[in-house]
Design a protein around this ligand. Structure first.
Ligand SMILES: *Cc1c(COP(=O)(O)O)cnc(C)c1O
Length: 379
């Protein structure tokens, strides 16, 4: 029997044809399909502007550049996140300051931010972890009056909702990922959304070497255009091949999220009989896309998380450890931080169950059986 993977992107003939069309058009770098993808993504997330980039990591980097964050500044981030969240702060020479998270949403809150606020705090990166919407209004009510910018790391959150609207609506700056581990994918890829027209224009320049005129605009112009390089930019562009795939995936987003929620609901039902374990669910103010279906084990769970992972692997299913904690990685060895009890607890005691669009009920039953079997002898 084949192993049940933790995630599998859902890509089919439509995506393949869209990529082939882009290749055959002769325009493969950033061009008309990127522009079309940006417009569609902005509409979907209720943002005025969307700027496509090469990844969510580069999106986070550029968001800190447009905010003017630099050496001497502090940016509050959860340690409990993919490491790119903290690394982006280092890219601009600023200091990432780790704050703890709420146990149920795995996100920063006004309270956890308060514990690490200083006069040097310039920004907060609020992560919608695993697709679970963070309480943005609560965090912004704390940060906005202090002039602290809240950047939303929405890498995992396409298709999640917050207070009846898409996550990212009204965001100062939101950063998105289209890595295959997320709900929709372009292979690699990212997006920035914002309602601020000056930032959007600068982001478009920054992703393209600081050029005053984009390659697409130059190509479309009737007269020769001499571009200028206004500042030190980057090459963080998305290709038209990626955008072609992204357009198809975005059209399918609704469908993909509803399938994930269906499978998650079934997991929650099947796991109801499992003692001392809590599966993630919707917070009161929004809905998750279940990018990550994690389960947190209580202290009296009959076996350790790593033991459980090993036993399930043995049975041919591939869950993953819960979300990582950056402060425990060698890259952050010696980096000062306060105690982060909820972060430690979540990273040590949670696991992410396999969940993907084409998952069958029998595959899901195998995951649940592997879990119960592992626990079986210990009850
Ligand atoms: C995946 C992820 C990223 C990085 O996204 P890439 O597109 O791979 O750069 C950043 N933040 C969070 C929370 C993520 O889950």
């Amino acid at each position: 029997m084949s192993t049940v993977p933790v995630m599998k992107p859902t890509l089919g003939a439509e995506e393949a044809e869209a990529a082939a069309d882009a290749v055959l058009s002769g325009w493969v770098a950033q061009g008309p399909r990127v522009a079309e993808f940006e417009a569609a993504f902005a509409a979907r997330t209720h943002a005025t502007h969307a700027v496509a980039v090469s990844s969510c990591t580069t999106a986070l980097h550029l968001s800190l550049v447009v905010l003017g964050v630099g050496p001497g500044d502090e940016v509050i981030v959860p340690s409990l996140s993919f490491i790119a969240t903290a690394n982006a702060v280092r890219y601009v020479g600023a200091t990432p300051v780790f704050a703890d998270v709420d146990l149920s949403t795995a996100a920063l809150t006004g309270k956890t931010i308060d514990q690490v606020l200083t006069s040097r705090t310039r920004a907060v990166i609020l992560v919608h972890q695993g697709g679970v919407p963070a309480d943005v209004d609560e965090v912004r009510a704390r940060c906005d009056p202090l002039g602290i910018a809240v950047v939303e790391d929405a890498a995992c959150a396409a298709g999640s909702t917050y207070r009846g609207r898409p996550v990212g609506a009204d965001a100062l700056l939101a950063a998105w990922s289209f890595h295959p581990r997320k709900v929709i994918t372009t292979g690699e890829g990212g997006m920035l959304t914002t309602d601020n027209p000056e930032w959007a224009a600068r982001l478009r320049r920054l992703r393209e070497h600081g050029m005053s005129v984009s390659a697409a605009e130059r190509h479309a112009a009737k007269q020769p255009v001499l571009e200028e390089y206004l500042e030190t930019g980057f090459n963080y562009r998305m290709t038209d091949i990626q955008a072609a795939v992204g357009l198809v995936q975005l059209r399918r987003l609704e469908d993909i999220v509803s399938r994930r929620r269906e499978l998650a609901a079934r997991y929650r039902q099947l796991l109801a009989g499992l003692p001392a374990a809590t599966p993630v669910g919707d917070p009161v103010y929004g809905t998750t896309n279940y990018q990550s279906m994690w389960v947190t084990l209580d202290d009296d769970f009959p076996l350790g998380r790593n033991e459980l992972l090993a036993a399930m692997n043995e049975a041919g299913v591939s869950p993953r450890r819960g979300i990582m904690a950056a402060h425990r990685e060698p890259a952050y060895a010696g980096h000062p931080h306060i105690d982060l009890p909820n972060t430690d607890r979540l990273t040590d005691t949670s696991l992410i169950l396999p969940l993907f669009h084409d998952m069958t009920m029998s595959e899901q039953d195998r995951v649940v059986a592997a879990l119960f079997d592992a626990v079986g002898g210990r009850l």
